[in-house]
Design a protein around this ligand. Sequence first.
Ligand code: HAM
Length: 439
Amino acid sequence: MPKSKKEVSRNIKSKKGRGKEKANSFSTPKGMHDILPQDQIWWDKLINAGQELAELYDFYRIETPILESAGVFERSLGEATDVLEKQMYILKTKGGDKLALRPEATAPIMRSYIQHHLGYWAQPLRVYYFGPMFRHEHAQAGRYRQFHQFGFETIGDADAVYDVQLILMMRHFLELLKISDIKLQVNTIGCRVCRPHYQRKLQDYYKPLKKKICKDCQRRLEVNPLRLLDCKNEVCQEFKQNAPSLLNNLCQNCNSHFREVLELLENSEVPYEPNPFLVRGLDYYNRTIFEIFSGENNLALAAGGRYDYLAELLGGRLVPAVGGALGMERVIEIIKSGNNSAKVPTKVFFIAIGDQAKKAALPYMIKLRKAGVRVAESLGKDSLKSQLGAADRQKAKLALIFGQKEVFEESIIIRDMKNGAQETVSLSKIVEEVKKRLR
Ligand code: HAM
């Protein structure tokens, strides 16, 4: 039936109303995501692999607050870096403190190392961490405003062997997660002896080109010349290729450190690509830096390097250190899309039919749980069919069916969810009968 004008306009109004309601409802802030129950198996898989790795390499867990004094990052990341200039979430407390949501964890860990005198422990100190980081980035696939890192830091030794061990650990991590198609890029950015000299050379080379390079590079030329090497803009590529090379301008010590790193990588039969344009986005690095990619993807899965001056920047003495962190979201995206299957927990599903059975079921469910059996249920549902459906959806190995008859006879039916075979057993033997079948 054709609608009257009045009806149509009423309809439009109510649709408009619905739209408004939607606009007023809440969702996660841009670039931030919920991690829903169905995805937790992937996160557990990654965290378990990371913790297994930490044990194998004798690393200890450290946790620092998500909020730090903004100064921790202002002093250490470098004034002219994107993270500091554009991406920090800063908040002022009522008491007037300026705090930052941590954009990364290396600087906070060094702050903690100094604050708690961890230099008195056996050195190098080996610590690992995982948790959320915050950067106000231009949000897009694989680049988020809240993301998670799993990282490792070796603090208190300058030997190149630790640079390589860190890189090997990151590879080992990805191997444990069955990610094999990986590319390792390494470079060195020298030290405070050779880098300033090189930066001047770079500025001398770029100054006559100032009008030809992109806007970002014009700024980099003044504030952070090393990042000229990192420019992805088409117009700058040719100039980049012909720029003086840092490798040819390293001091003796940095030269032999880098040579040792490459030799150790070769001895360990680790394929790598030297990338003279790799400079990293955080300023606390010196000497070795690395990034790990997967397949053709140009977003790094993991990255890190040496940061021998960070302790000094934060007010401590000179403490050489090296570390790296893996981007958990980026890695989870790969393991989820691959053939890797996350382990589904082994569980039984307790089906109680009728009020009497529901009441009698609780002590038996507790008994099973105390014996280490994972028990799921949907006691709010009444019918056997709907509860069996739920058991199936949850991939339970066994369903335990408990109706009025079973309450009366003090028995329970154990159903194998794979082949449908059912057996009635005595309620007093429920734990041993279930455990026997789960073995
Ligand atoms: P980073 O390169 O800034 O280094 O981050 C390490 C990894 O975190 C990246 O390779 C990437 O996988 C992931 N990641 C970074 N930003 C995002 C983002 N916006 N969205 C999703 N994933 C992201 C550091 O943070 C250093 N603290 C690593 C380190 C540890 N260096 C020495 N020790």
